[in-house]
Design a protein around this ligand. Structure first.
Ligand SMILES: [Zn+2]
Length: 224
């Protein structure tokens, strides 16, 4: 009887070890994949400001051309830009809601006042998602005709009348910068007032892959 119990215990321990090792491997593989895409992303973005001008478009993939076609306007007007700080933080570690990587660019209001800075759509497209997300707060998701998904998060409020399924033009007002999110609906004040912009491109499997919006936004301001 004792032998039988020990045997059973051994099996359980063995299964548990398998599970832990498997999980660990999965995490390592994910990190390796992420690091790979990060390096590729950096390479693609490095000279973005000279894109086309220096013939760098030949270095870019067809996927990137789709993004360039889709992105037309900066999410913050030039006149509000001096009030906003942003940096290249794509890929940095974030811990709320589990370990993850920052899939976007944060444009932060230096004055930290919710509801004052208007947010504009970067592309033409259709409102695919609208509403609360525990991580993103009040967010708008717009899918461009090229299939690129633009994600605007932590809004104070939406532009009045904005609806899911609505067609949007690049440069159209969609809402106001805020600090909503990191909790149940209506949560504010968990972090400074900022706009989180995410840009996603569908891969062959139809999953949205995050690309770095930082250089795209920089590029837009330089072109204005
Ligand atoms: Zn963010």
């Amino acid at each position: 009887m004792v032998i039988f119990r020990t045997y059973r215990l051994f099996i359980w321990i063995f299964l548990l070890v398998c599970l832990i090792v498997g999980k660990q491997q999965e995490i390592q593989e994910y990190e390796a994949r992420f690091e790979q895409s990060r390096r590729l992303e950096e390479f693609r973005c490095m000279n973005l400001n000279n894109y086309k001008k220096e013939g760098l478009d030949r270095l870019f993939s067809k996927e990137y051309d789709r993004i360039f076609r889709a992105v037309k306007k900066a999410p913050i007007r030039q006149k509000d830009k001096k009030r906003v700080v942003y940096e290249d933080s794509w890929g940095e570690a974030r811990s709320y809601g589990g370990e993850r990587n920052h899939e976007g660019t944060d444009l932060i209001d230096r004055e930290n006042k919710r509801g004052e800075i208007p947010i504009f759509s970067m592309s033409d497209g259709k409102v695919e998602n609208l509403g609360w997300l525990p991580l993103g707060g009040y967010r708008v998701g717009i899918r461009s005709g090229e299939g690129i998904y633009f994600y605007y998060a932590h809004l104070y409020r939406y532009e009045t009348g904005l609806k899911k399924g609505e067609n949007i033009k690049a440069g159209q007002l969609i809402g106001y910068m805020g600090d909503s999110g990191y909790g149940e609906e209506g949560t504010v004040g968990q972090f400074p007032v900022h706009l989180h912009v995410g840009i996603y491109i569908p891969d062959n499997g139809g999953n949205d892959m995050s690309v770095n919006p930082y250089y795209l936004i920089e590029n837009l301001y330089q072109m204005e």
